[in-house]
Design a binder for this molecule. Structure first.
Ligand SMILES: Cc1ncc(C[n+]2csc(CCOP(=O)(O)OP(=O)(O)O)c2C)c(N)n1
Ligand SMILES: [Mg+2]
Length: 343
């Protein structure tokens, strides 16, 4: 725990800030401090961002204070935090920079305070003050010192419009809208489709702690086995795996475990025929002819059947809705292969 004097000082800075902002990371969800983060946001009436490369969902995504996930790039983070005088980061590295986009680390005039249980992350942060301690205990001890602000809550984010599908291929946005409409409101998403991260966070409501798991360090092969592991650990909640075609191949043998242990997760494979995120990087780096980025010609329904898992091909929104309803009602795994458009 930070000392009482340190906590009081942080509360003073938050109470006195003109335009503070909260950035939350995976430790908040891991320590079940989501509810405390909501209380803090409602008391201060401030916007809440999720820290870059989110591996967990620390804050309900339909809350009016929720703003989305920060980009993993120096310049992008400063641009998103423009206008704030105090940035308080709880339970995340400061920050993860995956894409090289140089610039200011923080907008002009902004100060940063980092609250984390990870002393190494506190030491690594290139800017700001750090308080090291358990994030649940720290937020709990901080809250009584925070004054209720009288201004209105931020405006909730607008609902994004439906996207254009292709011929027999769905736009990822429409896949996620279908999920959001049909999945139980406490569904757990285990996500490993790297080119659709932003679209997913915009479209899928997540309301409860432990609703989202994404590979924290980015190493592929996590999605299918993690979906099954989480489903075994949480039999009372429905797990929905959302896995890219590229990622699925890194640990496809998870399907054997799914069949043999009759693990009732729904496994959605987004088959865009490519390592989509790498195409994004190639665009970013202006490399027009990078070879080897596509992975066409994989029949995931046949693979599933080969391992003993039932499967459906969903090449329209109706087919996806009906396969999903079927999968949600089943007491064993169902794989749904969805041909999708690249982003
Ligand atoms: C073990 C491992 N190998 C390679 C990579 C590099 N990599 C990052 S994203 C990605 C593409 C994943 O493709 P897919 O699962 O189809 O998702 P999409 O980007 O198409 O949504 C690759 C190969 C990695 N992160 N981990
Ligand atoms: Mg892909």
């Amino acid at each position: 725990m930070p000392s009482p004097a340190q906590l009081e000082r942080l509360a003073q800075r938050l109470n006195a800030a003109e335009n503070p902002v909260l950035v939350l990371g995976p430790e908040v969800d891991a320590r079940h401090a989501n509810g405390l983060a909501v209380e803090l946001a409602e008391r201060l009436r401030l916007p809440v961002w999720v820290a870059p490369s989110a591996s967990r969902c620390p804050f309900p995504t339909r809350h009016p204070c929720f703003r989305g996930v920060l980009p993993a790039a120096i310049a992008g983070i400063a641009a998103h935090l423009e206008g704030h005088d105090l940035v308080v980061v709880v339970g995340a590295p400061v920050f993860r920079y995956h894409k090289y986009a140089p610039g200011r680390y923080l907008p002009e005039g902004a100060q940063l305070v980092h609250v984390t249980g990870d002393a190494n992350e506190a030491a690594r942060a290139p800017m700001g003050d750090a308080l090291v301690g358990d994030v649940h205990a720290t937020l709990g001890a901080l809250l009584p010192h925070i004054e209720q602000r009288q201004r209105a809550l931020p405006e909730p984010l607008p609902t994004p419009a439906a996207a254009e599908n292709g011929d027999g291929r769905l736009a990822p946005a429409n896949v996620f809208d279908t999920l959001d409409a049909l999945a139980p409101e406490d569904a757990i998403y285990v996500k490993e489709s790297t080119s659709t991260v932003e679209i997913f966070w915009e479209r899928v409501g997540m309301r409860h702690p432990g609703s989202y798991f994404f590979p924290a360090a980015g190493g592929l092969g996590f999605g299918l086995p993690a979906a099954l592991g989480v489903q075994l650990a949480q039999p009372q909640r429905q797990v929905i795996g959302v896995v890219g075609d590229g990622s699925a191949s890194y640990a496809i043998t998870a399907l054997w475990s799914a069949a043999q242990y009759r693990i009732p997760a729904v496994l959605i494979i987004l088959n865009n025929g490519t390592y989509g995120a790498l195409r994004g990087f190639a665009r970013h780096m202006a490399v027009n002819d990078a070879p080897g980025l596509d992975v066409p010609g994989i029949d995931f329904c046949a693979l599933a059947q080969g391992y003993g898992v039932e499967a459906r091909l969903a090449d329209s929104r109706e087919a996806l809705a009906s396969a999903l309803q079927e999968g949600l009602a089943m007491d064993r795994p169902l794989l749904i292969e969805v041909p999708t458009l690249p982003t």
